[in-house]
Design a binder for this molecule. Structure first.
Ligand SMILES: *Cc1c(COP(=O)(O)O)cnc(C)c1O
Length: 233
């Protein structure tokens, strides 16, 4: 099937998953994850009316999206992969949101680079909620401390928008659901503590588990394979 057909299918499945659990389909955004797929695939998605994309690696994203963003100014890119400090400079130039903020050091670097180009950027805090994923804040305390620094005004160019996680790679749906509900529980607590921010985004769910994620409150699903096909590594 074409990218266009896949997009239609996924959007329909998102809608049905929302309706099945009594949620408004407009609460769930779709991030089309185009990593390892060429710019032509991204253009096919754009031609089909989809504008929000996710990429893991800054270098790849920069090469792919510099041309695309010129051609389609409405195109919006999120960085979703773990980020080395020395990649932040390029990352903040090409994206509107970094979903994979997993340590305070990264907030400091994002602030530094954004202040240089006078840009305000959205961030999500990545949380380690399952056994197999490697990155992310490990617990509530460390998340709290990161948000405390934001609330103290240390990062005026950073706009905290919510949280992101990856479920463990398993067939066990209960384990997956547990990982997502952990993120939601943290988010609910932190929203109460930090009312100065709109921490409403919960980025969770990929091709294999986005329906579970929607049931658990996801507001943003990150789907690659089901839109663009298998990745050629
Ligand atoms: C690759 C990736 C996705 C998309 O995964 P699919 O299984 O291809 O849908 C989502 N989130 C992150 C962080 C990824 O690295």
């Amino acid at each position: 099937m074409s990218v266009k057909e896949n997009l239609l299918k996924i959007k329909n499945e998102i809608k049905e998953a929302c309706i099945a659990c009594g949620r408004n389909p407009e609460e769930v955004k779709l991030v089309a994850v185009s990593k390892f797929h060429p710019a032509t695939s991204v253009e096919q998605a754009i031609e089909a009316g989809h504008f929000l994309f996710g990429e893991n690696r800054v270098q790849e994203a920069k090469e792919k999206f510099s041309v695309i963003s010129e051609k389609y100014p409405a195109c919006d890119l999120h960085i979703i992969g773990s980020l080395q400090r020395n990649k932040v400079k390029d990352a903040v130039k090409i994206c509107s949101c970094i979903q994979s903020v997993d340590r305070i050091e990264l907030l400091e670097e994002i602030e530094k680079q954004c202040s240089k180009i006078d840009k305000k950027i959205d961030v999500l805090f990545e949380v380690h909620t399952g056994e197999e994923s490697k990155s992310g804040f490990e617990d509530f305390i460390s998340l709290y401390q990161a948000l405390e620094k934001c609330a103290a005004g240390e990062f005026p160019h950073i706009n905290p928008k919510g949280f992101m996680t990856m479920a463990p790679f398993t067939e066990d749906k209960q384990l997956i659901a547990k990982s997502f509900s952990t993120l939601r529980t943290y988010a609910e607590e932190l929203k109460k503590e930090f009312t100065e921010f709109d921490l409403s985004e919960l980025s969770m769910g990929m091709s294999g588990d986005f329906k579970i994620a929607i049931r658990e409150g996801s507001t943003m699903v990150r789907v690659g394979t089901s839109i663009f096909g298998e990745r050629q590594y």
